[in-house]
Ligand binder design. Structure first.
Ligand code: GDP
Ligand code: IMO
Ligand code: MG
Length: 427
């Protein structure tokens, strides 16, 4: 019953796509359990580069069944264009399964996301504008549209009516926008029904039966721990639970089934959108990390904010996810610095603090306390084993492992599938 969760340990974009793809060859199912097309996962296979948003990164491994779980929010137009884009490149997507209980990102919720952000002005979250927050809000408010509703026109119409009753009031009276017609939305959604039907399944049953049959199931998180609606830097978060517990609710699998939780951890830190970020750099080092690490959003094309590694955050990720392993990515990007600062604690109002403060006010005031680690200048992109790394790179990894509270079981030294040092096997 090997069930693994793979998730982001920081603010997203840690390299989850690459890590999932790497394991894809040895697992039977890869399951997205939350988020939607706010995610942008880059996978490099040979000379081919794929940008995935909604599809699990296992879609690129022929033996693997990709699953979109009940906890995901699905924009049907994005999903269909992602599927046809892959088909045009010769990728077989016929095994995909989509939960009938997954919620649909309707066109009006994309509009609401964008106008809300505009209305917030300088207090905005910096969302991806993909309708994620409003769709999860509808789910919790019990006015959401689910994938299965596409197959009952009468229920679909009633639900769209119920949702738009309130939303049109808000759009016209508060945001000064035009009302959205129920018929138009229903017609658009019904247009997707037949195209999605071959994929729709009782994914909870499928996954539990697979686990009973001893198949290997990998749950792939979108976003990251610090973007979690409960455990992240609220309100500067996404509207779902990327943390490990989210895999259970978002896929319908009990916590007793999870055997391993792998945190993907970048060797430095990045963040997109607004919110606190203690180790953020505004100098040439930040610029260099952005340039060398190609730190630009896959979904929105925004420059990512860059900073040094933050061990306080890594420890927090270990705790709230019960991490058993880390996969450290992008170590190669740090090649060339004489000394590499690592944040080991915070100073908050003159006091040294070792753990992430629960208070938002304190976190906004947190100043990083740095320890300097010696850097290396050798090219590490061809390293295949830990011993191939220069001594200082080995010591950097060991120091991060010590501070972060879980073993580093793999190290990324380049974007390609094979540019990975495997230390402990995951499966
Ligand atoms: P995700 O959202 O967590 O899947 O991460 P993204 O795909 O948004 O961003 C990670 C970027 O880093 C992608 O462009 C990857 O191809 C790249 N990447 C992943 N691992 C490594 C690594 O070890 N070294 C380098 N240089 N790039 C990597
Ligand atoms: P992957 O899976 C990085 C950020 C947005 C914004 C906040 C809320 O590629 O790691 P949302 O549109 O979700 O309501 O935006 O969350 N965000 C991400 N940042 N990587 C992601 O996904 C993200 N998905 C959302 O920038 O700050
Ligand atoms: Mg990403």
């Amino acid at each position: 019953m090997p069930a693994l969760v793979l998730l982001g340990a920081q603010w997203g974009d840690e390299g989850k796509g690459k890590a999932t793809d790497l394991l894809g060859g040895s697992v039977d199912y890869v399951v997205r359990y939350q988020g939607g097309n706010n995610a942008g996962h880059t996978v490099v296979v040979g000379d081919q580069k794929y940008a995935l948003h909604l599809l699990p990164s296992g879609i690129l491994s022929p033996g693997c069944t990709p699953v979109i779980g009940n906890g995901v929010v699905v924009d049907p137009s994005v999903l269909l264009s992602e599927l046809s884009g892959l088909n045009e490149r010769g990728v077989d997507t016929s095994k995909l399964l989509i939960s009938g209980n997954a919620h649909i990102i309707t066109p009006y919720n994309v509009t609401v996301d964008k106008v809300t952000e505009r209305f917030l002005g300088k207090r905005k979250i910096g969302t991806t504008g993909r309708g994620i927050g409003p769709t999860y809000a509808d789910k919790i408010n019990r006015v959401g549209i689910r994938v299965q509703d596409l197959y009952d026109e009468s229920i679909l119409t009633q639900k769209v009516e119920a949702a738009l009753d309130i939303k049109n009031q808000v759009l016209t009276k508060l945001y000064n926008r035009r009302a959205i017609a129920v018929d138009q939305v229903v017609e658009e959604l019904l247009g997707y029904a037949a195209k999605l039907e071959p994929y729709v399944a009782d994914t909870v049953l499928v996954l539990n039966q697979a686990l009973e049959a001893d198949k290997v199931v990998l749950f792939e998180g979108g976003q990251g721990t610090l973007l979690d609606i409960d455990h992240g830097t609220y309100p500067f978060v996404t509207s779902s639970n990327p943390t490990a517990g989210g895999a259970c609710t978002g896929a319908g699998v009990g916590p007793t089934k999870i055997s391993r939780v792998i945190g993907i951890l970048k060797a430095y830190t990045t963040r997109v959108g607004a919110g606190p970020f203690p180790t953020e750099l505004f100098d040439e080092d930040g610029e260099a990390l952005r340039r060398i690490g190609h730190e630009r959003g896959v979904t929105t094309g925004r420059d990512r904010r860059c900073g040094w590694f933050d061990a306080v955050i890594a420890r927090y990720a270990t705790r709230v996810n019960g991490l058993t392993d880390f996969f450290l990515t992008k170590l190669d990007v740090l090649t060339g610095w004489e000394q590499i600062p690592v944040c080991v604690a915070y100073e908050i109002d003159g006091k040294r603090v070792e753990e992430l403060p629960y208070s938002q006010t304190d976190f906004h005031h947190a100043k990083p306390v740095y320890e300097m680690l010696p850097g290396w200048s050798e090219d590490i992109s061809k390293a295949k084993t830990f011993a191939d790394l220069p001594k200082n790179a080995q010591d950097y990894v060991k120091a991060l492992e010590e501070m972060s509270g879980a073993p580093i079981s793999a190290i990324g030294v380049g974007p390609g599938r094979d540019e990975t040092i495997e230390i402990n096997s995951f499966i």
